[in-house]
Design a protein around this ligand. Structure first.
Ligand code: TEU
Length: 552
């Protein structure tokens, strides 16, 4: 029986309904041991910073055991911490300290695929075709007797065929396994009840430890069209799983999320389920029906450029979906896969002003918001030198996501990788120097560009006009408006555009978010300006700025 336990009307809204959640990419956040790679202890040391931002939760991208082919999105043991990032005890300490500061913690669960190093996959490789071990994954015979033609024409999201021969040299075992991402990431066979049970145990493991929720990777994946038929056409440009409707958004996936919702509700504090559902709003909305996921990232919004018409049309569509599903949008503009907004919106000073406006707008919209580490600093996308690129999407498909993943600058001083790593001799495991060599920290796993210190946290703290100051100001105002009930869950939004280039979102409760996307300064709607991303000029909002106005 499907439970449909919606919230009674008088129940308090759950913590996440108006929350701002900060995505921590552990490799690049803070390196406590000087090996050039961020770690859990580094995050723990920087909790005061996260608290000072006023965020209600952090989402940690994968730190579980992994050979790191896809920077952790190839998990080989879902219930262990990779030594690169620390230990389970360090995770527990981070969780306890975060909770003590009122910060919730979400972990990333990757259920579409695992790592070839997962012991179950290793057992499957060693087992015979047709065995129960192989039935945990998609092992399928070659189309030809020589083992040269894969089972279908599907292309991997990272480029190249989505199939890899189990034993390329074998003349008797002609099976291939399916991998929608790199060949190091075999897809699970979700038609197999043993896979369903396996993930129940994974979820319980983290929920029992006290984590407050999970972010579900490729949540619209998991199931494939029955029989794995050929795709009608092979796309030239790969757009995530959207490029292959047969590999995503299959009906049975919803039963899994109903099951996970019941599991999340079985805890005294209900745990948050947020899905990475990279689909059009109407299809994505089906994942936040009342008995499924609590949230999905508003991907249609996350992918926007600086485009008035597109903002109004996507905002209006997300509002229609909110009315249909009853689930508030979860706004995002950046994550570890997307080009940083500063660069996407034009680069340089112009892009920086627009990115500041965009984050102010984002924090004013009704719903929850997700920000990616460094977005609060206005970091631009970095053109990482070819030799240093680490993304498997680069080697397989010629697209590099490394530019959004460069280790954070904490201090203007380049020593210790701008405060990312400790200064002086370290005991780290050292990717760049000998362990304990005393020469200082290893160089960061991705190089930081010259001048990176200009964006440093400690430098921006002292500058009232910095992106960080604008961000924290908006966070404070948001907290006050939430506390006074002006910003509340379930608020309606009315989006419109004006000929002078304004995007307006009038939220129920009396506040309007205005973004000036045209070339000229624009008047604000009648009322009291609560906040702007740039100073008003003669009472007008300058181009490439945003404001919140309390309507009169
Ligand atoms: O991303 C899902 C996904 O489809 C991405 O490949 C996306 O299409 C691409 O980055 C272009 O923007 C998730 C993770 O966020 C990503 O980091 C992983 O590489 C991927 O899953 C595989 O686990």
């Amino acid at each position: 029986m499907t439970e449909n336990r919606t919230r009674p009307l008088d129940a308090p809204a759950p913590w996440w309904s108006t929350a701002v959640i900060y995505e921590v990419y552990p490799r690049s956040f803070a390196d406590s041991d000087g090996d050039g790679v961020g770690d859990l202890a580094g995050i723990r040391q920087r909790l005061p910073y996260l608290e000072s931002l006023g965020v209600h939760g952090i989402w940690l991208t994968p730190f579980q055991r992994s050979p790191q082919v896809d920077q952790g999105y190839d998990i080989s043991d879902y219930c262990a911490v990779d030594p690169l990032f620390g230990t389970l005890a360090e995770f527990d300490a981070l969780l306890a300290d975060a909770h003590a500061r009122g910060i919730h913690v979400l972990v990333d669960i990757v259920p579409n695929h695992t790592s070839t190093e997962n012991e179950l996959f290793q057992k499957a490789l060693a087992a015979q075709p047709g065995s129960p071990e192989r039935a945990m994954f998609h092992f399928v015979d070659s189309m030809d007797a020589a083992g040269l033609v894969p089972p279908n024409n599907w292309i991997s999201v990272f480029g190249g065929s989505a199939w890899h021969r189990a034993h390329p040299a074998s003349t008797t075992d002609l099976q291939w396994y399916l991998h929608l991402f790199s060949s190091a990431q075999p897809d699970w066979n979700w038609n197999n009840p043993a896979v369903v049970d396996y993930f129940d145990r994974v979820l319980r493991f983290w929920f029992d430890r006290g984590v407050d929720g999970i972010r579900i990777d490729v949540a619209h994946g998991l199931f494939k069209a029955p029989g794995l038929p050929d795709a009608d056409s092979v796309p030239v440009v790969i757009d995530g799983l959207r490029s292959n409707p047969l590999a995503m958004d299959q009906e049975p996936v919803h039963a899994i999320y109903r099951r996970w919702r019941r599991l999340a509700q079985s805890y005294d504090r209900e745990r948050l389920l947020v899905g990475e559902v990279n689909l059009e709003p109407q299809r994505a909305g089906r994942y936040t029906r009342p008995d499924e996921l609590h949230q999905t990232f508003a991907f249609a919004f996350a992918r926007l450029g600086w485009d008035q018409e597109a903002w109004v049309s996507v905002g209006s569509e997300l509002e229609r979906v909110r009315v249909e599903t009853g689930a508030d949008p979860s706004w995002a503009l950046e994550n570890h896969d997307l080009v940083r907004t500063v660069t996407r919106f034009g680069g340089g000073e112009l892009g920086a002003a627009r990115a500041r406006a965009a984050i102010v707008a984002l924090l004013g919209l009704p719903g929850s918001a997700y920000v990616f580490q460094g977005q609060e600093l206005g970091l631009p996308e970095i053109d990482v030198p070819l030799a240093d690129r680490a993304d498997p999407m680069w080697t397989r498909g010629g697209v590099s996501r490394d530019g959004a993943r460069v280790p954070l600058p904490w201090d203007p001083d380049p020593a210790g990788a701008f405060g990312f790593s400790p200064v002086g001799p370290t005991v780290g495991s050292g990717v760049g120097y000998e362990v304990g060599s005393g020469v200082g920290p290893a160089r960061p796993w991705l190089p930081q560009p010259e001048g990176w210190g200009d964006w440093a946290v400690s430098k921006q703290l002292g500058d009232a006009a910095s992106t960080l100051s604008v961000f924290t100001g908006a966070m404070r105002s948001r907290a006050e408006l939430v506390a006074s009930g002006v910003f509340r869950a379930g608020a309606a939004a009315r989006w419109s555009g004006t000929p002078d280039g304004r995007v307006m979102c009038e939220r129920q409760g009396g506040v309007t978010v205005v973004v000036a996307m045209g070339d000229a300064a624009v008047p604000l709607p009648p009322g009291r300006p609560l906040l702007t991303s740039a100073p008003l000029v003669a009472g007008l909002l300058p181009p490439n700025a945003a404001a919140w106005v309390q309507r009169s």
